[in-house]
Write a protein that binds this ligand. Structure first.
Ligand code: ZN
Length: 130
């Protein structure tokens, strides 16, 4: 089966809005690819190349590890709930559901400006959230 290594642990994609003046292209890349090797990603709209420095790639690597740990804990997390207070009582929200529904945003300073990176995590198994 032609599965690449990113799908082994599920997908963790990162995207951000191109920093080029007047461009609103969405640059997307795989977190794992970027933390493991010095690849270049291109803006799909203006074709501006982005290369991530060592510091940034280290951060991506840490994020990737965090995601892997969360994935490993998925079977346990599936049984955990977060109690959220609402008017008139409280609602129990499965913890695993929170993790996937909240797309993490990370703001990093790149080349003198701050860029918001959106992290999109998908569950490793479609059975996790039924
Ligand atoms: Zn662009």
């Amino acid at each position: 089966m032609p599965e690449d290594k990113t799908s082994k642990n599920g997908q963790a994609k990162v995207d951000f809005i191109c920093a080029e003046e007047g461009c609103d292209g969405v640059v997307q890349f795989s977190l794992q690819d970027c933390s493991e090797s010095n690849i270049q990603v291109l803006c799909p709209k203006c074709h501006k190349p982005y290369v991530f420095d060592h510091e940034l790639r280290t951060k991506f690597g840490k994020l990737q590890k965090l995601i892997e740990v969360v994935r490993e804990a998925e079977p346990i997390l599936g049984d955990c709930c977060v109690s959220v207070d609402v008017p008139g009582g409280s609602v129990k929200v499965p913890y695993a559901l929170l993790l996937t529904r909240l797309n993490t945003m990370l703001t990093l300073h790149v080349g003198g400006r701050s860029i918001d990176f959106h992290l999109w995590i998908q569950p490793s198994s479609p059975d996790t959230f039924r």
